[in-house]
Design a protein around this ligand. Structure first.
Ligand code: TZP
Ligand code: MG
Length: 201
């Protein structure tokens, strides 16, 4: 797999229409984008993903949160949580050409994930976040650095990461930073994405 872009933008339906959010994120230069809709139906999510695919730049990578079925039908990658279908099952369904990512919340989970057929391991929450319901305990930068040292797969840091903390997070050795609120709460999402790229390159 080619290296992950440093910014992993998440178009989260709790911040508005994910299609509109995705257009702004792409407009600012985001090329790795997850569609997250925890409350919508599978049908609504599929429609949103298909509409996002129709406006996505040719070099964009799309990832659907939670739903392997939607990812299969839409032809995208998938991001799995600890209670979603296991990564081996997702691989059997999607094959090896699609991105499969997995959330972990501790050093132990990250080490186990390192042995699974995954393209990246997400680690979080790094900082307190109000975006996820019932988040796991905050890990902090030290645990993130320890995880980056022991796993071979690309690590994506997530949870409460702001533009102001991005450099510190990057210095732990992560491949990419996943962001919701700092991007989607901005008055101009596309310019916020551009500012992130200034900091991350
Ligand atoms: N998983 C761990 S923290 C989190 C998810 C989905 C929320 C990240 O959102 P934010 O707004 O960037 O803290
Ligand atoms: Mg999930």
């Amino acid at each position: 797999m080619k290296p992950l872009p440093r910014l992993y933008a998440i178009a989260d339906a709790s911040f508005g229409d994910p299609v509109r959010l995705a257009e702004h994120l792409f407009g600012g230069g985001a090329r790795l984008l997850q569609v997250r809709n925890k409350k919508g139906s599978a049908r609504e999510l599929l429609q949103q993903v298909e509409r996002i695919l129709s406006v996505a730049p040719a070099d964009a990578e799309l990832i659907v949160n939670d739903r392997v079925d939607v990812a299969l039908i839409a032809g995208t990658g998938v991001h799995l949580g600890q209670t979603d279908l296991p990564p081996h099952a997702a691989r059997r369904i999607l094959g090896f050409d699609r991105i499969v990512g997995f959330s972990t919340h501790s050093v132990e989970q990250a080490l186990r994930a390192n042995e699974l057929p995954l393209d990246y391991i997400a680690v979080g929450p790094i900082f307190p976040t109000g975006t996820k319901e019932n988040p796991d305990p905050v890990l902090g930068l030290e645990a993130l650095g320890a995880i980056c040292k022991v796993v071979r797969k690309p690590v994506v840091a997530i949870g409460g990461i702001k533009l102001e903390s991005a450099v510190q997070v990057l210095q732990t050795g992560v491949s990419s930073i996943a962001v919701i609120r700092d991007l989607l709460d901005a008055p101009d999402i596309a310019s916020r994405v551009r500012r992130w790229f200034e900091v991350l390159t």
